[in-house]
Design a protein. Structure first.
Length: 184
Protein backbone atom coordinates (compact mmCIF):
# COMPACT_ATOMS: atom_id res chain seq x y z
CA UNK A 1 0.00 0.00 0.00
CA UNK A 2 2.85 2.38 0.81
CA UNK A 3 4.38 1.80 -2.62
CA UNK A 4 1.06 2.67 -4.27
CA UNK A 5 0.83 5.91 -2.29
CA UNK A 6 4.43 6.82 -3.12
CA UNK A 7 3.80 6.18 -6.83
CA UNK A 8 0.64 8.29 -6.68
CA UNK A 9 2.59 11.10 -5.00
CA UNK A 10 5.42 10.91 -7.55
CA UNK A 11 2.94 10.90 -10.43
CA UNK A 12 1.19 13.96 -9.01
CA UNK A 13 4.50 15.75 -8.33
CA UNK A 14 5.78 15.07 -11.86
CA UNK A 15 2.47 16.23 -13.36
CA UNK A 16 2.61 19.51 -11.45
CA UNK A 17 6.33 20.05 -12.10
CA UNK A 18 5.93 19.46 -15.83
CA UNK A 19 2.81 21.61 -16.14
CA UNK A 20 3.76 24.57 -13.97
CA UNK A 21 7.56 24.64 -13.69
CA UNK A 22 9.48 22.83 -16.42
CA UNK A 23 7.46 22.90 -19.67
CA UNK A 24 6.49 26.62 -19.46
CA UNK A 25 10.20 27.56 -19.49
CA UNK A 26 10.30 26.58 -23.16
CA UNK A 27 7.39 28.63 -24.41
CA UNK A 28 3.67 28.38 -24.94
CA UNK A 29 3.84 25.44 -27.36
CA UNK A 30 5.89 23.22 -25.07
CA UNK A 31 3.86 24.33 -22.04
CA UNK A 32 0.80 22.88 -23.77
CA UNK A 33 2.82 19.84 -24.95
CA UNK A 34 0.94 20.16 -28.23
CA UNK A 35 2.48 17.12 -29.92
CA UNK A 36 1.19 14.82 -27.19
CA UNK A 37 -2.24 16.30 -26.60
CA UNK A 38 -3.52 18.84 -29.07
CA UNK A 39 -4.62 18.96 -32.67
CA UNK A 40 -3.03 22.38 -33.16
CA UNK A 41 0.12 24.32 -32.34
CA UNK A 42 -0.80 27.04 -29.80
CA UNK A 43 1.46 29.66 -31.39
CA UNK A 44 -0.12 29.03 -34.80
CA UNK A 45 -3.72 29.26 -35.87
CA UNK A 46 -3.80 26.22 -38.13
CA UNK A 47 -4.62 22.60 -37.44
CA UNK A 48 -1.61 20.41 -36.60
CA UNK A 49 -0.46 18.68 -39.76
CA UNK A 50 2.76 17.55 -41.33
CA UNK A 51 3.04 20.96 -43.01
CA UNK A 52 2.46 23.05 -39.89
CA UNK A 53 4.79 20.86 -37.81
CA UNK A 54 7.49 21.08 -40.50
CA UNK A 55 7.13 24.87 -40.54
CA UNK A 56 7.35 24.96 -36.71
CA UNK A 57 10.46 22.74 -36.73
CA UNK A 58 12.14 24.86 -39.43
CA UNK A 59 11.54 28.14 -37.60
CA UNK A 60 14.80 28.98 -35.82
CA UNK A 61 12.90 30.91 -33.13
CA UNK A 62 11.69 27.53 -31.83
CA UNK A 63 15.18 26.06 -31.30
CA UNK A 64 15.01 26.50 -27.51
CA UNK A 65 11.49 25.03 -27.45
CA UNK A 66 12.58 22.01 -29.47
CA UNK A 67 15.60 21.37 -27.24
CA UNK A 68 13.50 21.79 -24.10
CA UNK A 69 10.71 19.58 -25.40
CA UNK A 70 13.19 16.74 -25.92
CA UNK A 71 15.25 17.37 -22.76
CA UNK A 72 14.08 17.67 -20.02
CA UNK A 73 10.33 17.47 -20.87
CA UNK A 74 10.17 14.15 -22.78
CA UNK A 75 13.42 12.68 -21.48
CA UNK A 76 13.69 12.16 -18.55
CA UNK A 77 10.58 13.75 -16.97
CA UNK A 78 7.79 12.33 -19.16
CA UNK A 79 9.47 8.92 -19.07
CA UNK A 80 9.58 9.07 -15.26
CA UNK A 81 5.93 10.15 -15.29
CA UNK A 82 4.82 7.27 -17.52
CA UNK A 83 6.70 4.77 -15.35
CA UNK A 84 5.19 6.13 -12.14
CA UNK A 85 1.67 6.33 -13.57
CA UNK A 86 1.87 2.89 -15.20
CA UNK A 87 3.23 1.25 -12.05
CA UNK A 88 0.63 3.05 -9.93
CA UNK A 89 -2.22 1.90 -12.17
CA UNK A 90 -0.92 -1.68 -12.29
CA UNK A 91 -0.24 -2.02 -8.56
CA UNK A 92 -3.45 -0.24 -7.53
CA UNK A 93 -5.56 -2.34 -9.91
CA UNK A 94 -3.94 -5.53 -8.65
CA UNK A 95 -4.46 -4.50 -5.03
CA UNK A 96 -8.10 -3.59 -5.63
CA UNK A 97 -8.79 -6.80 -7.56
CA UNK A 98 -7.27 -8.93 -4.78
CA UNK A 99 -9.82 -7.49 -2.35
CA UNK A 100 -12.66 -8.79 -4.49
CA UNK A 101 -13.17 -12.46 -3.73
CA UNK A 102 -15.14 -13.15 -6.90
CA UNK A 103 -12.10 -12.10 -8.97
CA UNK A 104 -9.71 -14.45 -7.17
CA UNK A 105 -9.63 -16.83 -10.17
CA UNK A 106 -8.38 -14.03 -12.44
CA UNK A 107 -4.57 -14.14 -12.71
CA UNK A 108 -2.78 -11.08 -11.34
CA UNK A 109 -1.01 -10.39 -14.64
CA UNK A 110 -4.36 -9.61 -16.28
CA UNK A 111 -4.54 -6.34 -14.30
CA UNK A 112 -1.15 -5.34 -15.66
CA UNK A 113 -2.06 -5.60 -19.37
CA UNK A 114 -3.57 -2.12 -19.79
CA UNK A 115 -1.00 -0.26 -17.66
CA UNK A 116 1.84 -2.07 -19.46
CA UNK A 117 0.37 -1.28 -22.88
CA UNK A 118 0.06 2.35 -21.81
CA UNK A 119 3.71 2.50 -20.73
CA UNK A 120 4.90 0.92 -23.99
CA UNK A 121 2.70 3.22 -26.10
CA UNK A 122 3.82 6.36 -24.23
CA UNK A 123 7.48 5.39 -24.43
CA UNK A 124 7.14 4.70 -28.16
CA UNK A 125 5.43 8.08 -28.60
CA UNK A 126 8.14 9.91 -26.61
CA UNK A 127 10.89 8.19 -28.58
CA UNK A 128 9.24 8.98 -31.91
CA UNK A 129 8.64 12.60 -30.94
CA UNK A 130 12.21 13.07 -29.73
CA UNK A 131 13.61 11.53 -32.90
CA UNK A 132 11.40 13.78 -35.03
CA UNK A 133 12.17 16.92 -33.03
CA UNK A 134 15.91 16.22 -33.24
CA UNK A 135 15.48 15.53 -36.97
CA UNK A 136 16.84 11.98 -36.62
CA UNK A 137 13.70 10.82 -38.42
CA UNK A 138 12.61 12.92 -41.37
CA UNK A 139 9.13 14.36 -41.12
CA UNK A 140 7.10 12.74 -43.90
CA UNK A 141 3.38 12.05 -44.29
CA UNK A 142 4.09 8.50 -43.11
CA UNK A 143 6.12 9.52 -40.04
CA UNK A 144 3.52 12.17 -39.12
CA UNK A 145 0.73 9.54 -39.34
CA UNK A 146 2.84 7.21 -37.20
CA UNK A 147 3.32 9.91 -34.54
CA UNK A 148 -0.41 10.67 -34.59
CA UNK A 149 -1.21 6.96 -34.26
CA UNK A 150 1.20 6.57 -31.34
CA UNK A 151 -0.41 9.55 -29.59
CA UNK A 152 -3.90 8.13 -30.15
CA UNK A 153 -2.75 4.73 -28.89
CA UNK A 154 -1.21 6.28 -25.79
CA UNK A 155 -4.37 8.24 -25.02
CA UNK A 156 -6.58 5.18 -25.56
CA UNK A 157 -4.47 2.86 -23.40
CA UNK A 158 -4.08 5.33 -20.54
CA UNK A 159 -7.83 5.97 -20.61
CA UNK A 160 -8.54 2.24 -20.45
CA UNK A 161 -5.96 1.69 -17.68
CA UNK A 162 -7.45 4.53 -15.61
CA UNK A 163 -10.92 3.16 -16.34
CA UNK A 164 -9.86 -0.27 -15.07
CA UNK A 165 -8.53 1.27 -11.85
CA UNK A 166 -11.70 3.33 -11.35
CA UNK A 167 -13.96 0.35 -12.09
CA UNK A 168 -12.16 -1.85 -9.56
CA UNK A 169 -12.20 1.00 -7.04
CA UNK A 170 -15.95 1.50 -7.56
CA UNK A 171 -16.57 -2.22 -7.08
CA UNK A 172 -14.61 -2.12 -3.84
CA UNK A 173 -16.62 0.88 -2.64
CA UNK A 174 -19.92 -0.77 -3.52
CA UNK A 175 -18.99 -3.92 -1.64
CA UNK A 176 -17.80 -1.86 1.31
CA UNK A 177 -21.11 -0.01 1.59
CA UNK A 178 -23.29 -2.94 0.51
CA UNK A 179 -21.57 -6.15 1.61
CA UNK A 180 -23.03 -9.40 0.26
CA UNK A 181 -25.44 -11.13 2.59
CA UNK A 182 -26.35 -7.94 4.42
CA UNK A 183 -30.11 -7.36 4.49
CA UNK A 184 -31.20 -4.26 2.65
Amino acid sequence: MRTILVLFGLTLALTLALKFIVAPRYGEDVAERFLERLKYIPSQTEVLSETTLARWLADSTHAKAIRGYVFPVLFPLDVLFLICLGLFLGLASTSLAERLGFLSAVPTWIWWILPAFYMVADLAEDTGLAATLKLCIPLTPHSFRLLSTLTALKLATVTLAIGQFLFLGALNLLLFFFPPGRPV
